[in-house]
Write a protein that binds this ligand. Structure first.
Ligand code: FMN
Length: 301
């Protein structure tokens, strides 16, 4: 059995999740690859650099990656670790998914995705699913990890992490940003599940086994915000690329987007989500639940 485990991580969080999910997988020829863009993204980010990444993340514009030296031409399973950026696959991830050398290995190959996100990974998973099936591969498992804290709190604390470079408690008392240490440690719970499927070379029931411990869930409010957000981000991304024809103009529109996002996320979204929860959710609950179980399955399109 040849296993390719491939990822890009800025802070190492995703790599810790992958290490724990694959702990103790034995009798397998593992090719562990950490790839990087030729011009890597900064960490910590400045505020401008962070928001600068939005249009190309959303439009999935390819950046050049350093050459990847694979051990094999083909693998029996690929584990792809990734993180969402602006409700889309991170630029390194969407670039990998546009690399011929990677896509040829995806063809006719089962793929498991491990996601290290804040809490909004659904749209990026959808895009990744599409790219993998277009390349002739099949997603047989998806293990998303999120920051379990309140959406507004985690948006605030993640900015502290991304802009200061340290996964520490903002002001000494707010919760630590990102996936919690407990959830990172307990990612080892998925290792025996993956190991069993790998040893049997049978991935038919992998996703239902991944869901069995009951740790993967989707909040209705988050699903609602993410769905609306994705559409709005697309409009902004198009606007910025069309009107930001000089660095100065682009900076202006990026800053406009940044202020829009702060207002939308912290002031408009709470009101809209509350109205949605009170007036709409009770009527569409069965439909939303169906959508959630569909998303948790691997058939996302
Ligand atoms: C530019 C940028 C945008 C991000 N946007 C999102 C997002 O839309 N949804 C989300 O759940 N997390 C988002 N995150 C958090 C990342 O998905 C990820 O959890 C975090 O950056 C740590 O990943 P790492 O393993 O690469 O260090 C974003 C992070 C960055 C740097």
């Amino acid at each position: 059995m040849k296993l390719l485990v491939i990822s890009y991580s800025q802070t190492g969080q995703l790599n810790d999740l992958i290490d724990n999910c694959t702990k103790g997988i034995g009798h397998v020829d593992i090719d562990r690859i950490e790839y990087k863009p030729v011009k890597d993204f900064p960490f910590p980010w400045t505020s401008d650099e962070f928001f600068e990444a939005m249009p190309e993340s959303v439009l999935e514009v390819k950046t050049e990656l350093e050459e990847i030296n694979y051990k094999h031409e083909k693998y029996d399973l690929i584990i792809l670790g990734y993180q969402p950026w602006f409700l889309s696959p991170s630029i390194p991830t969407s670039s990998l998914l546009q690399e011929e050398s990677f896509l040829s290995r995806v063809k006719d190959t089962p793929v498991v995705t491990i996601v290290g996100s804040r809490n909004m990974w659904i749209n990026s998973q959808k895009s990744i699913s599409k790219r993998i099936s277009a390349a002739g591969g099949t997603i047989v498992g998806n293990i998303p990890f999120i920051d379990q804290h309140n959406n507004y709190l985690s948006a605030f604390t993640i900015l502290h992490w991304m802009l200061k470079g340290k996964k520490t408690k903002k002001w000494g008392f707010l919760p630590k940003p990102g996936v919690s240490d407990k959830d990172i440690d307990e990612a080892t719970d998925y290792a025996p599940i993956l190991n069993k499927a790998i040893q049997n070379n049978d991935f038919t029931n992998l996703q239902s086994e991944i869901l069995k411990p009951g740790k993967i869930s989707i909040g209705s409010g988050i699903l609602f915000v993410e769905t609306a957000g994705r559409r709005i981000f697309k409009i902004w991304a198009g606007l910025i690329t069309r009107l930001g024809t000089t660095p100065k103009k682009r900076r202006f529109f990026i800053r406009l987007y940044k202020y829009y996002l702060v207002v939308a996320l912290f002031f408009i979204a709470p009101i809209v989500v509350m109205v949605f929860r009170l007036l709409v959710l009770p009527f569409v609950y069965p439909m939303i639940n169906k959508r959630k179980s569909y998303i948790c399955s691997t058939k996302l399109t």
